[in-house]
Design a protein around this ligand. Sequence first.
Ligand code: NAD
Length: 421
Amino acid sequence: MAEELNPFKIAQEQLDEAAEVMKLDKAAHAILREPMQTLTVHIPVKMRDGSVNVFEGFRVHYNNARGPMKGGIRFHPQESIDTVKALAAWMTWKVSLANIPYGGAKGGIICDTKSMNDSELESLSRSYIRAIADFIGPKIDIPAPDVYTTPQIMAWMMDEYSNIVRHNEFGVITGKPLEVWGSEGRGDSTAMGGMFVMREAAKMLGIDLHKAKIAVQGFGNAGKFAYSLSKRLFDAKVVAISDSEGAIYDENGLDMEKLEKAKSETGSVKGYEGGQKMTNEQLLESDVDILIPAAIENQITGSNADKVRAKLVLELANGPVSPEADKILHEKGVLDLPDFLVNSGGVIGSYFEWAQNISGYYWTADEVYQRLDKIITKSFTDVVNLRKEYENKGQKITPRTAAYIIAVGRVASAMKTRGWY
Ligand code: NAD
């Protein structure tokens, strides 16, 4: 039977597995299996040809026991309520594992940004905020960018929310441009956090980053910075990179200028001059030490996990490894570090932006990176230590299960202390 890839079912399955291992209280488990609230909105937008398109959008509040909820907004043609619910659950675990004072949420709109111009996008963004305005706020739920949403879109959304509440509310949304009080270092904080995790994991596995071969799936915000920071911070060699059209491989390492040229002239990294063209599937199975999926969900599944040759998989995307694949990688001895650890730099950066907006006191990029390093390295160490603890008791658990146990445990304790069960 084909593997079930409904993202929300996967998120529930992962929780169930952790709940069993950690012997989670039944009431806490039941509360945490479902989101607290889900909102579906239908947004009419006047398009440039005079027609009206009605877009479907979502905002999901998963859990707020530890603080106001935080989570990005995705603009994607295949967006669905189940994807948004799964991502809201993962946000809950992510902010808890990072031990920052938030709960988890997520939003999305079913739309194809590639076919829309700026004024249609602005209109859609502002209308979405009007539709969900009662659901968000700096003390309630603070959105941020995600797949196919940009700092400019965040600026329009912040402006619309400020119009509604009749005062500037910069702290309602993060990932804004610097001109409207975004944070220094926020743009690459997801990948930067992933790099700090990669540094620690490589140290643990004895991988020399200077000599290692790295493949990155995805050439967006997360993937592009993962590529350039690998080179800048560790002088590492990224030998393969891809976008939705396909991948390019060069065992001598790829060149950023040539990648940018290929992207702007041909629309895809596949147009790279030199190297070897391959498919996204082939990239995942290529001969590398470190594989960084940084595109979309369910890229490594039961059908290709045994072909992965990397020793370390860093899940910079959300949900790129299915539960079946997780087990296969674990059994093969591949260290697969879970999304909500590896890509938590984004939300940690967002947390810093919100903290600066609320206090009105702004930090330098170096201050941001140093604080990010401290928080994410602590998360990595917590996961490694918990795995050791279980191993000492004779039970081998995956890094994902360890991360779940820490994150779920913190949310369950907060709910218990608040008297929710
Ligand atoms: P993005 O829209 O900037 O880039 C997405 C990239 O993936 C693009 O290069 C696109 O061409 C590529 N892509 C799309 N479909 C693909 C396919 N089928 N195969 C291969 N490549 C494909 O998005 P992003 O912000 O870089 O986010 C990527 C992932 O990282 C998502 O899972 C997102 O949830 C996660 N993430 C991003 C951030 C952030 O701060 N940007 C934070 C946390 C998690």
